[in-house]
Design a protein around this ligand. Structure first.
Ligand code: TMP
Length: 213
């Protein structure tokens, strides 16, 4: 089963993915659960992440950025995600192709047909079974993210976009959920971590039962 986590910066998805991984590992054994992130998750992907997110690369063209996210994605799909799914593992991925649709498609306003086509090439059509969307309003997300930076977390090139950009990204996420309500599970990410985690756990258990894992 392939489960992804999506949302605006500062929505808490990385924390939630990590907590879910702990629970699933306790239940199924460490070997059964793979937790990873995009961009990154492989040695090559982490190098690409460094290039995409470096503040030195402030003049990166939107198309370059888009292709680099997909280059990292092609690698993680080939090296990590497909082999893990072939062994019937549960893969949790912190961001995946929907982030490109939201940030580069809706946010940067690249041509959507081209965006979909390249994602299709990069992933070979591999889509998640379930996607958790953690909803926080933009101001709350940015405030949480700034607190993270104050604690020494990475400040990246995608963290310095305009408010309009984030508004478009969020509207894009809402549209994607409307188009595929079975795959997307939207949760209010402004609530306490444990409460959100409880819901994620129970939805996951239900989906695993349905898939007869
Ligand atoms: P993170 O903070 O969740 O690690 O994500 C890093 C940033 O990269 C975040 O601002 C969203 C952005 N991003 C894209 O713009 N497109 C993508 O395809 C992915 C995976 C991330």
């Amino acid at each position: 089963m392939f489960i992804t986590f999506e949302g605006m910066d500062g929505c808490g998805k990385s924390t939630q993915a990590r907590l879910l991984a702990e629970t699933l590992r306790a239940q199924w054994g460490a070997e059964k659960v793979v937790v990873t992130r995009e961009p990154g998750g492989t040695e090559i992907g982490e190098q690409i992440r460094g290039v995409i997110h470096s503040l030195r690369n402030h003049n990166m063209a939107p198309l370059t950025e888009f292709l680099l996210y997909n280059a990292a994605r092609a690698q993680i799909v080939a090296e990590l995600i497909r082999p893990a799914l072939a062994q019937n593992k549960i893969v949790l991925c912190d961001r995946y192709a929907d982030s490109t649709l939201a940030y580069q498609g809706y946010g940067r306003q690249l041509d959507m047909d081209m965006v979909r086509a390249v994602i299709g090439y990069a992933t070979g059509g591999l889509a998640p079974d379930v996607t958790f969307y953690l909803d926080v309003d933009i101001a709350e997300g940015l405030a949480r993210r700034n607190q993270g930076h104050a604690r020494g977390e990475e400040l990246n090139r995608m963290d310095v976009q305009t408010r309009d950009f984030y508004e478009r990204v969020r509207a894009g996420y809402v549209e994607m959920q409307r188009a595929d309500p079975t795959r997307w599970i939207a949760l209010d990410g402004a609530r306490p971590i444990a409460q959100v985690q409880q819901e994620i756990r129970s939805h996951t258990a239900q989906r695993l039962r349905q898939a007869k894992v």
